[in-house]
Design a protein around this ligand. Structure first.
Ligand code: SF4
Length: 433
């Protein structure tokens, strides 16, 4: 914080929590769906730094989905952080003698902790008994409905799966523990869960939905990727026209298939490029390299900008993997220079990438070899580099993430929105109807 006074303190702490994870005292866990606290939904990846079987009480009573940090030693403005559990973390969430929840670092109290209240829609089940939490969980303090409609990726095994991704492992571990975890979510279930959200989210907190899951290289339910994910968007837009901003996270598809997403009612397209550097992309995302190829992937991102408009194509990269041993950059300078080159490439075409903070999950090749993730300095310098790149290209924060700025941001898996200047991006602007 002292070395980078221009980066909000909130963002510095949040990055460290995301890369390191947090330990939870039993007193800070939820009562699953029976209590007052919204539990962690495991919405796509595990985002834990130990396997479920090693989480102790936190495997039986889920931790909260997110935390809201305030006040404390650094006078924090409200900071929403996604929960990544790590029993060995120096950060610990526990209840003090006065009963109030707090965050400590090596035993020193550093922030007050607020927990997400159980949303009313989580208290209602679907007619077939499935829960809204499993079918249509919300994250980002209720802003985003996260529809992982395909819980598996068809990039399979070490030669195809992205080196940082535990989607397939997460599916297996939840099945093994006997948790409800649906491989392909029926459209009717998704609509029924959304109906409950629409009915009980009376304050209109939910603003967007994301359709996602694994890559489809052949077919699912007889459908290719654009039609598989697109059919959900079509059904949602028919039933709830314009109620939420529709987003899809999927492969970079050829232009005609991208057009189909648009026609199905999607507003924002995330063809994630994961890591910019050519050598690292080939090593870290071998499935993407094999089925599409890096140059073609990048070309398709720019083609998609002609379909959706450049502001509505927002490819993600996983911040930190470019420093993962044994292949990654040896120095922070090189990693930042490479990533900035990627930002300049896309931003010079009006496309605004965004990033999530790498969580070194232990069952992934990169997490196994790098249990401590990337250095905090890298993450902080990336926040600076990202903000400078946006300014250099005259771009604003990407739409579909709520309001930017420390104290406002709800994007919980990276602090890029906490770092940018407050810039009211309204739903109306994000959905040009
Ligand atoms: S494309 Fe890569 S990151 Fe996405 S689900 Fe498949 S393996 Fe995971």
């Amino acid at each position: 914080m002292e070395r980078f006074p221009h980066v909000p303190r909130e963002a510095v702490l949040k990055e460290d929590l995301l890369r390191t994870g947090m330990a939870f005292d039993d007193s800070a866990l939820s009562d699953n769906l029976d209590g007052e606290v919204k539990p962690k939904s495991y919405f796509i990846f595990s985002f834990d730094q130990k396997p479920l079987a090693e989480l102790g009480e936190a495997a039986r009573r889920r931790p909260p989905e997110e935390l809201a940090l305030t006040g404390g030693a650094y006078g924090l403005r409200r900071t929403i952080v996604s929960v990544r559990v790590n029993p060995s973390s120096p950060y610990r969430v526990a209840r003090g003698e006065d009963g109030a929840l707090g965050l400590s670092l090596d035993g020193r109290s550093i922030a007050d902790v607020g927990l997400p209240p159980m949303p009313e829609y989580y208290r209602h089940a679907l007619a077939n008994g499935k829960t809204v939490m499993e079918t249509a969980p919300t994250i980002q303090w209720g802003y985003l409905i996260y529809l992982t409609v395909l819980r598996l990726c068809q990039y399979f095994g070490a030669k195809e799966e992205c080196g940082f991704c535990d989607i397939n492992h997460n599916w297996r571990q939840h099945k093994r523990e006997g948790r409800p975890y649906t491989g392909v979510k029926p459209v009717a279930d998704v609509l029924e869960a959304l109906d409950l959200i629409d009915r009980f989210d009376t304050e209109g907190t939910s603003k967007a939905y994301t359709l996602t899951g694994g890559s489809v290289t052949s077919t699912v339910d007889g459908l290719q990727e654009a039609d598989f994910y697109g059919r959900y968007a079509q059904a949602i837009e028919e039933r709830f026209p314009g109620r939420w901003i529709g987003k899809v996270v999927a492969q970079a598809l050829p232009r005609a298939e991208v057009q189909r997403y648009k026609d199905y009612g999607i507003t924002i397209y995330h063809p994630n490029y994961e890591v910019w550097d050519k050598r690292l992309f080939e090593l870290i995302s071998p499935g993407k390299q094999r089925y599409v190829g890096r140059e073609e992937w990048h070309r398709r991102i720019l083609d998609a900008a002609e379909v959706f408009g450049p502001r509505f194509v927002i490819p993600n990269f996983v911040a930190g993997v470019e420093m993962a041993k044994p292949f990654g950059f040896a120095t922070i300078d090189e990693a930042i220079a490479s990533t900035t080159e990627g930002l300049d490439h896309f931003m010079s075409h009006g496309v605004t990438p965004r990033f999530t903070t790498w969580c070194p999950e232990p069952t992934t090749p990169l997490g196994r070899d790098n249990p401590d993730g990337a250095p905090l300095e890298y993450h902080i310098r990336l926040l600076e580099a990202y903000r400078e790149a946006l300014r250099r290209h005259g771009l604003r924060p990407p739409p579909g993430y709520g309001v930017a700025g420390a104290g406002n941001a709800v994007f919980s898996v990276s602090s890029f929105m906490d770092t940018l200047d407050s810039d009211e991006v309204t739903v109306e602007e994000a959905v040009p109807r």
